[in-house]
Design a protein around this ligand. Structure first.
Ligand code: PEP
Length: 253
């Protein structure tokens, strides 16, 4: 079975102490993850080492950075390189979140460069894609998201693509309380898998975990994750609440 993943995106929330407590509260629930299930906490940079040590002895719990820079190293004050993440034992990194694309003008080419750097450093990218409301209303979401994949991913070989996690996050559903219906999520996930299959073949496409993100919460996680091409979720707001996120973890297939 493909990896089923509950990924928490804390964004720029919580103090260090609040973050420690949240992790502690979630781990107290003693989730018994199956071999194909994974929980990932994407925490702010200053909390990465702490979070990594808190989950170190927990089966299938990991930590992700929320971003990295698209250059290897050098005079880029304030930025964090993939190699730095590797050097502190980080194994996952979210890239291309719509907030980064919008507020920090990240292009598909920047993301292609980030993917290369992460893979060179043995870090699994969690690559976000998704359309804004106007595109959804125009009905052109499939081709919009397809271009995001093509321009950022398609220079990679099949083996590399197998090592990527994709998160489909319709922008109109992020932080809005407006979730895509499970049918809308399934339709897009199936489309993304077909785009991967056309380029890399069915075997590769069937190995890539595709997460849904956009107002996932305890009350809707099981239905969304139950769709055949949805392999878990990338969760913002609800990941800041221990009980909510614990239920989301328990909703993984
Ligand atoms: C996100 O930040 O990736 C996200 C999906 O946020 P929310 O769950 O709050 O919509």
């Amino acid at each position: 079975m493909r990896k089923q993943i509950a990924a928490a995106n804390w964004k720029m929330n919580l103090t260090y102490q609040q973050g420690e407590k949240l992790l502690d509260d979630i781990l107290k629930a003693k989730h018994q993850l199956k071999d194909h299930q994974q929980v990932i906490f994407a925490v702010p940079f200053p909390y990465l080492i702490m979070a990594n040590s808190v989950v170190a002895n927990e089966k299938n719990f990991s930590v992700a950075a929320q971003n990295c820079y698209h250059k290897k190293s050098g005079a880029y004050t304030g930025e964090v390189a993939a190699e730095m993440l590797h050097s502190i034992g980080i194994r996952y990194c979210v890239i291309g979140h719509s907030e980064r694309r919008e507020y920090f003008s990240e292009s598909n080419q920047d993301l292609a460069d980030k993917l290369n750097l992460l893979l060179e450093n043995g870090i699994t990218p969690i690559f976000c894609c998704g359309e804004p409301l106007a595109i959804r209303e125009a009905g052109t979401q499939n081709s919009y998201v397809e271009v995001q994949l093509k321009e950022s991913l398609f220079h990679l070989g099949a083996e590399q693509v197998k090592g990527i996690i994709i998160a489909y996050e319709p922008i109109w559903a992020i932080g809005t309380g407006k979730t895509a219906s499970s049918a809308q999520a399934q339709e897009m996930h199936a489309h993304l898998r077909k785009v991967l299959a056309d380029q890399y073949g069915d075997a590769v496409a069937n190995e890539v975990s595709i997460l849904y993100g956009g107002s996932v919460k305890a009350a809707n996680a099981a239905e969304i994750f139950g769709q055949p091409d949805v392999d878990g979720g990338l969760v913002g707001g609800a990941s800041l609440l221990a009980e909510e996120f614990s239920t989301i973890i328990a909703s993984l297939k």
